[in-house]
Design a protein around this ligand. Sequence first.
Ligand code: MIC
Ligand code: SF4
Length: 642
Amino acid sequence: MGLTIAQKIIKAHLISGEMQVGNEIALRIDQTLTQDATGTMAYLEFEAMGIDRVRTERSVAYIDHNTLQSGFENADDHRYIQSVTKKHGIYFSRPGNGICHQVHLERFGIPGKTLIGSDSHTPTGGGIGMLAFGAGGLDVAVAMGGGAYYITMPKMIKVNLTGKLRPFVTAKDVSLEILRILSVKGGVGSIIEWGGEGIASLSVPERATITNMGTELGATTSIFPSDEVTRAFLKAEGREADYTPLASDPDAVYDRVIDIDLSALKPLIACPHMPDNVVTVESLKGTKVDQVCIGSCTNSSLLDLLKVAALLKGKTVDPRVSLSISPGSRQVLTMLADCGALSDILASGARVLECACGPCIGMGFSPNSESVSLRTFNRNFEGRSGTKDAKVYLVSPETAVAAALTGEITDPILLGEMPAITMPEAFKVDDSAILAPAQPEEAAEVEVLRGPNIKKFPESRPQKDCLSAELVLKVGDNITTDHIMPAGAKILPYRSNIPYLSKFCFAVCDESFAERALAAGESIIVGGTNYGQGSSREHAALVPLYLGVRAVVAKGFARIHAANLINAGIMPLTFQNANDYDKLGQGDKLSISGVWEGMDTGVMTLLNEATGERIPVTCSFTNRQKDILKAGGLLAYTRSNI
Ligand code: MIC
Ligand code: SF4
């Protein structure tokens, strides 16, 4: 039987486990990346493991999230990351050099290699044929130390593209179309491979837009073949030597095949507050728009912004709209400047922001109250923009420009003719903002500089055989990590200060949560389906750990968050019968006796001491995961195994 692209890469990197759907497999990791909002923690964890130098082929630290230095905290964390990476063999991409996924694609991505990153959009690398996963910081720390990365062997979904995109219909619309078809849960447990004759007309940045948003499907990752388009991109980056062709076998078997005819697609838009809430742009025409943001790791490539500049050229942004543009990298910004496109953007009245995540993670540029904000980003979760009552829509750069120029949601097809864009044959390569680490013989001399914002990790709490805890919070379906541990300009600077962060845990849903959890001592959270979707931030597990949460019982979990809970020593448990969710109420006293046995049999009984009700909950922990939970988390487990 033939293999899919992902199966081939997995096979070549398999350390242990059988490649059968549902089995735990361990993979050798070639490259890692971190960003600063998760990186500080990841490097503290790496240091705690006591390994001198990274054992990967390439590890890179990016500073792109916390670039709004409104106090000493971010600057101190950046200085810490710069020094700790220099000491331990990691490349350091300076603040302003760009968004991790965009820069990694440009400068480091290699087809056929494995990559894990402490950011959920790491699958962007699939656009260049990498097998790239988002992971918790601790998993990245372990991989930097040469340890394996564990995943559950996923199913394989193939999306077959035929035809060709019409003008003003873009890769972003392809992403929104697959979200419409599959929903934010539809990719869970699967790798999505994009293929078919239609991919030949998609450039690497367009492919990367699609693999980037595969994260919103809940997919383990997404991948494109590596072909002549990939070679051309690598050549333009001066890295043709990194090219290897990659394709699935003709007789590869997929669990599901989805066909999309590119020529039939229309401009699409995701409505508040979920990326899968997709309708046609046309159906919302005339809706007044207050803000438009172009950028993020989804849509900030040179190709995207050349199109934006060409459409804005000679025109002015509608007076009711505030338009921001954040280029994905310094390479993109420099090339826009060199060809004059930047002047066209500036002349239109757009506000050009730094090459960083910026508004995508609520780092500035929050929209006004009750506003409508159109963004080319990948997430529109409630409150993520920093304005709780704002209505955020997700669109392509073309649709964004149409709204910025007219002041209302407008089908970009009405903009007239799409100006022809010629991509340069070579990108302008300048790696001066990527600092190489110290040579091994000089590493001992490098001093690691820590600021006062870095506080201790929460104490590890080994699981016990009998658990008795209060149900401190009951939430519904699709709870995101932005609900559990919000980001934004006010909170993000404290990513290395768990006690301070804890005050904001679940504040979007329930402002008294943190206080009640602390008072309860040991507690349990109850959730609906797809609990923990969104970000890879391990803070969404470490903070609950700090607050005493011992287990989360839900109808289902998002992959990275479930792994982060286990890494933190918290048990993710699933209702055997989803209806039992209704039998539990906030404030109930719950207990589980026989946790050890339940870990082995896969079923535990949750006793509701208030009603006497016995509720079966299930788990499928591997032996390694049981040991991690018994040790009180991956760090404690790794330490005891070194
Ligand atoms: C996000 O898009 O939510 C983030 C911010 O990039 C996160 C990482 C984080 O919380 O630091 C992600 O996607 O993993
Ligand atoms: Fe940054 Fe937004 Fe991409 Fe997350 S989704 S990495 S915050 S640009």
